[in-house]
Design a protein around this ligand. Structure first.
Ligand SMILES: [Ca+2]
Ligand SMILES: [Ca+2]
Ligand SMILES: [Ca+2]
Ligand SMILES: [Ca+2]
Length: 222
């Protein structure tokens, strides 16, 4: 009797513990599955966050390139429009020099008492090759200089691809691989007008160079 009871009790214990353990097992499996799903979801979300970040960064770079080109064109055109047509330097070139009508004697107009037109000192729109404004940015910067002051018109100019300066595109010069000779900044005469082209870039996280090219026609005063 005693032995039987013990055995039954023992068996009951085994039974009880055998009955509990499947529940515990399922809970553990559920937990593992839950963690796995969570890891996958987190991974997907993380990946999404990175790609959204990349996309917005690319957009930002595009906007920046656009802004720089637009600023360059706007400022250059605004000043060139005041230029005396006959005094504009030889074009096409990546630099333009000119004079604008200016009231030098303060009589209220850009002519002197004898009726002669008063002209400003020479103004030059050029890449800042010699870093005239000392901001550490050289030829990727477009500046307007009048001898005394240097105004930044744009930054992030595309490099001039015409390395040997022959006016033609050699295959090894095509840095952005678009089959076109890109100059970054370029001035050329079209009839009595001056065509101004400004090309600026932005760089994405992956190192892709995103660029914007803008041009406008300016008819200087005569
Ligand atoms: Ca005057
Ligand atoms: Ca500079
Ligand atoms: Ca060339
Ligand atoms: Ca090119």
């Amino acid at each position: 009797m005693h032995t039987r009871t013990l055995t039954r009790t023992h068996m009951q214990r085994v039974g009880t513990s055998a009955g509990d353990s499947p529940n515990l097992g399922v809970t553990l499996i559920e937990l593992i599955i839950a963690i796995s799903i969570m890891s996958i979801v987190m991974g997907v979300l993380f990946g999404l966050a990175i790609s959204v970040g990349d996309t917005s960064r690319v957009q930002e770079e595009k906007m920046d390139a656009f802004d720089q080109a637009r600023k360059g064109i706007l400022y250059a055109a605004r000043d060139l429009r005041q230029a005396r047509g006959f005094g504009i330097s030889e074009l096409p070139a990546d630099t333009v020099t000119y004079r604008v009508a200016t009231d030098l004697d303060g009589n209220g107009s850009a002519v002197d008492v004898s009726g002669n037109i008063e002209l400003s000192v020479e103004r030059t729109i050029t890449r800042d090759f010699d870093d005239l404004n000392g901001d550490g940015i050289g030829e990727s910067q477009l500046v307007l200089s009048n001898g005394n002051t240097v105004m930044v018109l744009a930054n992030n100019l595309l490099p001039d691809e015409d390395i040997n300066q022959n006016g033609e595109l050699e295959p090894e010069e095509d840095l952005n691989g678009n089959g076109v000779l890109d100059r970054g900044v370029w001035f050329e005469r079209v009839g009595s007008a001056v065509r101004v082209q400004v090309q600026a870039f932005g760089q994405s996280r992956q190192g892709h160079v995103l660029s914007t090219s803008m041009s406008t026609m300016v008819v200087p005063r005569n």
